[in-house]
Design a protein around this ligand. Sequence first.
Ligand code: AMP
Length: 120
Amino acid sequence: MSAYDQNNIFAKILRGEIPNDTVYEDDHVLAFNDIAPQAPIHILVIPKGAYVSIDDFGANASADEIKAFHAAIAKIIEQKNLKTDGFRVISNTGRHGGQEVPHYHAHILAGKKLGPMLSA
Ligand code: AMP
């Protein structure tokens, strides 16, 4: 795993250097609308700590951070009323996973039938 890059775009968002369309925030987590939505609802959930990926987060984050991250997703699902029709959570990781921003994030996608899990 590569070292955390302090200049990645989500680090800049967390430092307030780039604006974001915030959906949810607490001490450990920020969630905001994706700038290029792939579904009617497309929210990015990120930890405030410097973690590159889901495996970095799982291995190195504190229990409080890990709990807060999943609790935040649950709150957003509730807030956006996504339980009835469902949603998808994706975390692209590394080169094969197609990760563009090297700060751990979960995509919440919803608002229409999302189709097959993978295409080509
Ligand atoms: P990934 O390919 O999983 O790393 O996803 C990165 C996501 O970040 C993409 O869906 C981008 O559209 C999104 N993104 C990039 N820059 C911004 C930004 N400034 N504000 C909101 N979303 C962004």
